[in-house]
Design a protein around this ligand. Sequence first.
Ligand code: MTE
Length: 328
Amino acid sequence: MLIKKKKSWHIPASEITPEHLFLSRRQFMQGAAALSLSALLAACGGSKAAETAPVGRAPATNADMTPGVVAETMDELGDKLTSYNDIITYNNYYEFSTDKQAVSRLAAGYLTSPWQVEVGGLVNKPGVYDVDDLKSLFDQEERIYRLRCVEAWSMVIPWIGFPMSQLLELVEPKAEAKYLRFETVYDPDNMPGQKSRWYTWPYVEGLRLDEAMNDLAIFATGLYGKDLLPQNGSPIRVVVPWKYGFKSIKSIVKIELVAQQPTSLWMAAAPNEYGFYANVNPEVNHPRWSQATERRIGELSRRPTLKFNGYEEQVAHLYADMDLRRNY
Ligand code: MTE
């Protein structure tokens, strides 16, 4: 069920989504899942569906460019939502292309259902979860978050998803577990960018366990009232809005609880430029550009970047004993 909860960072301007709206959204999502499953079965010549991702490619069709229903039209700061069209056509997804405007075309038809996520490592209850099951296990909430890319552009996105803490509570991290390590699907046959040798594929990201337990951290399965499209990390991705966008890893197939800090793709590719924490910080410039301001997609003028992307109250305590000016 899609629910809208009052959150400390979001003073709701409108009512809770009427039941008929979230019911019809749920029905839409179930319908969409059934459709993509039948597309996969057709692509496999009617044979039994593959049990794990990667799941291949269907003939590209014109994606439905119309947004679904949202409960709110602005974030808690009064900033309006970025248009659905911008969110689904201006993307960073290096597995498909380094050209933001080419990603949606190259990702069109990428099959992401069925899809399983393995959760293991230092947990008492490891498991392999079907994304459809995760969506019914946990209430799907709308979360309107700012996304601030390290490249100094930003958007306001109405995600649908569930708190990371809920899945973590289910698998019961052991006392030695200190970090999470996430992995995107590795599928070079269908993801042309993964043939590039500049990066150590698959894309890897990580969080400290207490960061992942923070209520702001979610696994997103949709946006603008609809299932995620491939270019946005379908069928499930991380969203951590107080960090630069590259921490919000897309299309995950593996979550591992580990004792040591994981090395992310960007830490491996450019250790002088990217650290593990990557918290949005206007006072610390990227080695090659300023982080003091940003361009909101759909607007012309620049605006000041907010510390922790405007979520200081919710997350600053996580870093109380750290020097945020160092390359964390
Ligand atoms: N995840 C994977 N697997 N591959 C990527 O290239 N790009 C990151 C992040 N997650 C990326 C990824 C970056 S740099 C950003 S800014 C966001 O995804 C962009 O998300 P969006 O395209 O949905 O706006």
